[in-house]
Design a protein around this ligand. Structure first.
Ligand SMILES: *[C@@H]1O[C@H](CO)[C@@H](O)[C@H](O)[C@H]1NC(C)=O
Ligand SMILES: *[C@@H]1O[C@H](CO)[C@@H](O)[C@H](O)[C@H]1NC(C)=O
Length: 371
């Protein structure tokens, strides 16, 4: 090979054209990534919990294989024993939960015609859906009626309605991850590195949609605190979850410098939040977070469908109500884990990639003290 492929040929046939196209691209393309705030670049050792299970897949079971296409969020309806999850084909599906994962039955329940992501139960037996394409939806408990509650705030359309939580008084709190990029382009929101996310409330009695926080870095998972005083929410790009005190309108950090990119955050009814981490901060991510120019090159590849930011080592982090990390369940080949919900002794995980729900028996495969 080397004999036929001279350095000169390589230089003129590959390197020069490549440099020219990159330069042209720089001039033509208007995509303009911003430097990220310094606090989004560091990883905090204090976000690493004392207990670890780094072999999640060893004990994992798979539910509804082939029947659940990218089930992003999971909501457990205690009374019926059913899991509700939103799939990429627009279906909100219901999954029965059994001792044996193989006994689970998957039912197509309601198709929103959009992309259902976050799911929560309303106080009148309805199902509230954060639909990335449509906005905030109210599906009646019998599945017969779907109503659009809101699809804009402050005159700006919701572009990526992401997650929702319901307060005991019936008020809905939800996130719009980005007002600029939709679900199919969300990677460009990461690459641009600007805060397009909002934290929003919808009051069903007044039907008023109100922006509580703006300029969030990909506002993702949200959950109301058990004492109803605040919300916890995650900003994926900043690898941070925060508290928002509702009556004081005050923000406080819950946990920052996370070991991965946070997605949904769910309360387990027992003193803990479970934060899904879609990927660890791989070296390409680390470098590109630091250098906007690299993000521009990566966006160029992404426009041609080439994925350069690899995802790996996804998992779920258990924290207490003050954000102190307790346990992390993860695995190197695992990726795109978007939600973690504890039901009984099992941790159920949704995903943006897989065609099933993954679950782990936490008693059989507990996180343990690091050696
Ligand atoms: C469930 O099904 C899978 C695949 O068919 C099989 O490998 C596994 O042994 C089954 N598990 C149980 C508990 O029956
Ligand atoms: C959702 O719709 C049902 C009627 O189908 C209604 O009873 C309920 O109050 C609505 N919920 C919200 C949050 O608007």
């Amino acid at each position: 090979m080397a004999m036929f492929f001279s350095t000169r040929l390589l230089f003129f046939s590959i390197i020069i054209p490549l440099l020219i196209s990159i330069t042209l691209y720089q001039l033509i393309d208007s995509f303009d990534p911003a430097p990220l705030p310094p606090d989004s670049l560091f990883s905090s050792p204090t976000s690493i919990p004392p207990l670890l299970n780094d072999k999640f897949l060893t004990g994992a079971e798979f539910i509804g294989v082939g029947l659940l296409n990218n089930p992003e969020d999971i909501a457990y309806h205690k009374e019926s024993g059913l899991i509700y999850t939103g799939c990429v084909d627009g279906w909100v599906k219901r999954v029965s939960v059994h001792d044996s994962a193989n006994d689970s039955v998957v039912e197509d329940w309601v198709n929103t015609g959009g992309r259902p992501l976050g799911i929560a139960f309303g106080i009148h037996g309805e199902v509230i859906v954060a639909d990335a394409d449509k906005g905030l939806l109210n599906i009646s408990g019998d599945g017969k009626k779907t109503e659009l509650l809101t699809d804009e705030a402050e005159g700006v359309r919701l572009k990526l309605t992401d997650a929702v939580t319901v307060a005991d008084n019936g008020v809905l709190y939800f996130t719009d991850a980005s007002y600029k990029y939709d679900i199919h382009q969300f990677i460009f929101d990461f690459l641009e590195g600007k805060p397009h996310g909002r934290l929003i409330s919808f009051d069903p009695t007044t039907r008023v949609t109100r922006v509580l926080l703006r300029d969030l870095y990909f506002a993702n998972g949200i959950s109301i605190s058990p004492d109803q005083t605040h919300l916890v929410f995650c900003e994926t790009i900043k690898r941070r979850c925060s508290k928002y005190y509702i009556s004081e309108e005050r923000v406080e950090v819950l946990i920052q410098g996370l070991p991965g990119f946070p997605d949904n955050i769910r309360y387990d009814g027992d003193g803990h939040y479970w934060i899904a981490l879609i990927s660890e901060v791989t070296t390409p991510w680390k470098l590109s977070m630091k250098y906007p120019f690299l993000r521009k090159l990566i966006s160029m590849a992404a426009k041609y469908g080439v994925e350069l930011l690899f995802m790996k080592n996804a998992g779920v982090l258990q924290v207490d109500l003050d954000g102190n990390p307790i346990a992390l369940y993860h695995d190197h080949p695992f990726s795109h884990i978007t939600s973690g919900v504890k039901i009984g002794n099992h941790l159920y995980c949704g995903s943006l990639l897989h065609s099933y729900i993954t679950r782990l028996d936490l008693l059989k495969y507990p996180a343990q003290k690091k050696l």
